[in-house]
Design a protein around this ligand. Structure first.
Ligand code: HPA
Ligand code: ZN
Length: 373
């Protein structure tokens, strides 16, 4: 982080760094925690912690999935080292999700954690095909998640909505059938996305599905995972063929100047996930994230699959703060971007942006942001 802080050379498990000058001793952790935040890239199925998975297995009288039966109960995390090995753990774990009640509990569990990190609004991905493909009916999934969102909204006040993702390693026909199943639940959804294994599964494979989704009134996003074989081609397809409103990950766009200009002019934001990047590739892509941010791209910071990467949104922002020269002003800008490209009404957007303005003013007053940092 640039200026005012001693965090540049600290590793992520060091003690929280303190501001070095001015009157304030607000450390970066406290600064990030206090910031009103918006999360736009988090998979509900990626929020299934080992603890909740064990509880659900017990409640449903099911055996533990392999990743958990081989895990020492005192250990808190799953093990994998790249996207493929991550997905190989992620899908089998979902066997513990069976009833509407289970999906509701998963949503409430994540939203409770996000609320505790001062997240004000979240747009949540879910993968219905990861459940319908193993015999769980679509209505069970969506009704459970919808109820979880309503409960969290009522009890915690956190704002949340759902984005249905198609699994790109399944057929376009299956995606279209899933979209048709979703139509009676349109009021519970704000948009559609595309996730799972990107290799040999370009966005263009789903052009007709996205076109129909758009006609039905859904907003559009798609994963362009980090350092894929055809990253730039896939990003170009998303922009030109699919006409996405956002791109999930997508930082490889730094390699193509004309695409950067295009997404700036079309106001297409990127939902980046530093900790997930650092696990599935060898780098958290902080340099790319900051280059794009400083060019004026609407870059945002998110957690992706927090139960797997063991990092919720605050830990993702902290990683960027500790391991790059991002300034505090830029950390606030990242949240402005997130509320700015979120799929909410303009009056709610203005409400959240006003909270950020108040936070920035309070931080300036307390000397936690000086010299433009
Ligand atoms: N990439 C692709 N598919 C996914 C991911 C991801 O990071 N998380 C859950 N499904
Ligand atoms: Zn993702």
């Amino acid at each position: 982080m640039r200026q005012n802080t001693a965090i540049d050379n600290m590793s992520s498990d060091s003690a929280a760094p303190q501001i070095q000058d001015g009157d304030s001793d607000i450390d970066i952790k406290t600064f990030i925690h206090g910031m009103p935040k918006c999360e736009l890239h988090v998979h509900l199925e990626g929020c299934l912690t080992p603890g909740l998975a064990r509880q659900l297995a017990e409640r449903n009288n099911l055996p533990l999935p392999p990743s958990l039966s081989s895990l020492d109960p005192s250990q808190t995390g799953y093990t994998f080292h790249d996207l493929t090995s991550f997905l190989a753990v992620y899908y089998p774990n979902l066997s513990v999700l069976q009833t509407e009640h289970d999906f509701r509990d998963l949503a409430v569990d994540y939203l409770t954690r996000a609320h505790a990190q001062n997240v004000k609004h979240v747009e949540l991905f879910f993968d219905p095909q990861a459940h319908t493909s193993r015999g769980v009916p679509f209505p069970t999934v969506i009704r459970g998640y919808r109820l979880g969102l309503l409960m969290a909204q009522r009890t915690l006040g956190i704002s949340a909505s759902l984005i249905l993702c198609f699994l790109r390693d399944q057929s376009a026909e299956y995606a279209m059938a899933t979209l048709m199943e979703a139509l009676p639940y349109k009021d519970a959804l704000i948009g559609v996305g595309l996730d799972s294994d990107e290799r040999d599964n370009p966005p263009s494979k789903f052009a007709a599905v996205f076109q129909r989704a758009s006609k039905e009134g859904f907003l559009l996003t798609a994963h362009c995972d980090i350092d894929q074989a055809n990253s730039i081609t896939h990003i170009r397809q998303c922009i030109n063929e699919i006409q996405v409103d956002r791109i999930d990950h997508g930082t490889n766009i730094v390699e193509d100047e004309s695409l950067i200009e295009t997404i700036i002019s079309k106001n297409i934001g990127l939902t980046c996930c530093p900790v997930s990047n650092s696990v599935v590739t060898s780098d958290f892509k902080g340099r790319e994230i900051l280059t794009l941010l400083r060019r004026g791209v609407k870059v945002t910071i998110n957690s992706d699959d927090p139960a797997y990467f063991r990092a919720y949104v605050n830990e993702n922002v902290e990683k960027l703060a500790r391991e790059s020269d991002v300034t505090r002003k830029e950390l606030i800008q990242l949240q402005r971007n997130a509320f700015g490209i979120s799929w909410i009404s303009s009056w709610r957007r203005n409400h959240f942006l006003a909270l950020l303005d108040d936070y920035e003013a309070k931080m300036i007053q307390s000397q936690a942001m000086v010299n433009g940092a």
